[in-house]
Write a protein of this length. Structure first.
Length: 249
């Protein structure tokens, strides 16, 4: 898995400065961050038509580049690469996104929310797609052959600047039974999903001050004690921007 809190302050400053968010109020900053998303998800089911739409928009948005308030330079010469899987799945008939909560026994970032994933094995030429699927299998027991890869998101650096984190976007065939997942308790406290429509609710998404200096996107539910922030929030937010209807001319 790759942890949510992996962005350095200097990188976050670069992201938010270009978007002109520095001197905005909390409300105005949130409006700017989430303006492209609206309040309704662009898909309501993971049927063939919706999957084709997602695939097209990911491809089209990649050619158009990243929204200005999310841009920051990836390291030119990273020492290693990591890959995470942003998995769209159907649970109780609703399009959802799969997350993990890191084990509280881990020394770093215990209890934080992340996507399945980990470092690539550069010694054997393993592809980033294979890395994301392998790590997902090892962490939550989800078979690789159930995941259809539909695109990706450009890499982002970790806090050290020596690692590039690549995002593989996949769609799970059929309904996901959370009870059937085999969670690796050494690394993962739990696997859970959030309905896609949840991220379009104005009461759970916000722009927050990072260390009192710059604005970053965050998704939270005080009722559930859930906070999605840092690298995971940026990856999620960029994905949502890329599949938004406004991502196409």
């Amino acid at each position: 898995m790759y942890c949510a809190g992996g962005l350095a302050l200097r990188q976050l400053q670069g992201i938010c400065r270009k978007g002109g968010l520095r001197h905005l109020s909390t409300s105005d900053a949130s409006d700017r961050f989430f303006a492209r998303l609206g309040t309704t998800p662009p898909i309501t089911a993971l049927d063939s038509s919706s999957i084709a739409t997602i695939t097209q928009r990911l491809s089209q948005a990649t050619s158009q580049g990243t929204p200005s308030h999310l841009r920051f330079p990836a390291p030119a010469h990273p020492q290693s690469n990591a890959a995470v899987l942003l998995l769209l799945c159907t649970v109780d008939g609703q399009p959802s996104v799969l997350f993990e909560e890191r084990s509280g026994r881990l020394n770093a970032h215990g209890g934080e929310v992340c996507f399945p994933g980990g470092k690539a094995d550069d010694t054997d030429g393993e592809s980033l797609e294979t890395t994301a699927l392998r790590e997902t299998w090892e962490e939550v027991g989800l078979p690789r052959d159930r995941v259809r890869v539909v695109g990706g998101i450009p890499p982002v650096p970790d806090r050290s600047g020596r690692l590039r984190v690549h995002t593989v976007v996949g769609v799970l065939g059929g309904e996901l039974d959370l009870g059937s997942l085999r969670v690796n308790r050494e690394e993962v406290e739990r696997a859970f999903v959030m309905p896609l429509e949840w991220f379009y609710r104005e009461d759970v998404r916000e722009a927050v001050r990072f260390r009192g200096r710059r604005w970053i996107p965050q998704y939270r539910s005080d009722r559930d004690g859930l906070v999605i922030w840092g690298l995971t929030a940026f990856i999620l937010h960029e994905f949502l921007c890329r599949i938004a209807e406004s991502s196409l001319p």
